[in-house]
Design a protein around this ligand. Structure first.
Ligand SMILES: Nc1ncnc2c1ncn2[C@@H]1O[C@H](COP(=O)(O)OP(=O)(O)OP(=O)(O)O)[C@@H](O)[C@H]1O
Ligand SMILES: [Mg+2]
Length: 268
């Protein structure tokens, strides 16, 4: 059984169909990328999986159980965490606090034990801190020492993205959905985040779905690539398969360019 199964997913906003009959699966331990032009429906798929939107039709199953209709918090509790294309951090809180907060849903205590700082509360707090520093550790010195205690509003855009990824990991999720993890990063930072995503899978044990526009990142990390265009899945396969697929070339470059490219491929 696949870890995540998405079937016949449809969502319209007024007259616009953002996703139309989208289906795919993700196996445990895989890194799957979702690509496609702007407005293709990539983020909408993440929103439908994580309970931000409820699908008009279709099903999402996580470890065999349908999660349609669950709230965003329930989805996190079940083991799916995400990052957002437009970051959702608490900018007045520090890096460490932002990552600690994501574990609060697991805290087994009431306000009294927090006020009186009971031994059990302090034990849990210590454990949460260890998890937070372990996850932040994936990003090396970039989020260490003094950075841990800086408010997010002073951080670079790239460091905010890293903080959000650490926060998703610290929820205790097994499946991570990363919406454009390298957006706003320069080529050096992009190649660094590419390696980190791989390590998140290899060393962290996470299963990962990535939405990305940067093809070198997609090509390096993906076991499989799913291509969306105008809300529909138009291709799926290895990176090499999909980038050579005439339908995909056409979606990215337009019909004329697609025809030229096809002729070029036929000639060569
Ligand atoms: N809440 C909403 N209300 C109305 N339209 C929406 C809403 N969310 C998404 N859409 C529309 O649905 C379509 C798909 O949007 P989506 O954000 O999923 O695209 P995307 O593939 O993530 O694009 P990008 O690469 O630009 O992030 C777009 O036309 C978008 O304007
Ligand atoms: Mg998007």
């Amino acid at each position: 059984m696949a870890m995540l199964e998405v079937e016949g997913l449809r969502k319209s906003f007024g007259g616009l169909t953002a996703t139309n009959d989208v289906g795919f699966h993700v196996d445990r331990g895989e890194i799957v990328s979702i690509i496609g032009p702007n407005g293709a429906g990539k983020s909408t798929v993440f929103n439908l999986i994580t309970g931000v939107y409820r699908p008009d039709a279709g099903d999402v199953r996580f470890e065999g159980t349908s999660i349609v209709g669950k709230s965003t918090n329930q989805v996190v509790d079940l083991g799916i965490a995400r990052t957002f294309q437009n970051l959702r951090l608490f900018t007045n809180l520090t890096v460490l606090e932002n990552v600690l907060i994501s574990q609060h849903h697991r805290l087994r205590s009431n306000w009294l034990s927090a006020v009186f700082r009971t031994p059990s509360y302090r034990r849990q707090e210590r454990a949460m801190r260890e998890v937070a520093t372990e996850k932040l550790g994936f990003f090396g010195p970039r989020l260490q020492s003094f950075r841990l205690h800086q408010p997010v509003y002073v951080l670079s855009y790239a460091n905010r993205r890293r903080t959000e990824m650490a926060r998703a990991m610290a929820t205790g999720a097994k499946l991570l959905l990363l919406d454009e993890p390298s957006a706003g990063m320069n080529p050096k930072e992009t190649s660094e985040i590419t390696q980190i995503i791989r390590r998140m899978r290899d060393e962290g044990g996470y299963t990962i779905v990535v939405v990305e526009h940067k093809m070198n990142l997609v090509g390096e990390i993906s076991d499989r690539v799913i291509v969306l265009d105008y809300g529909q899945k138009i291709a799926e396969g290895t990176y090499r398969d999909v980038v050579n697929d005439p339908k995909v070339i056409e979606a990215y470059l337009g019909k004329k360019a697609g025809d030229d490219k096809r002729e070029e491929l036929a000639d060569g």
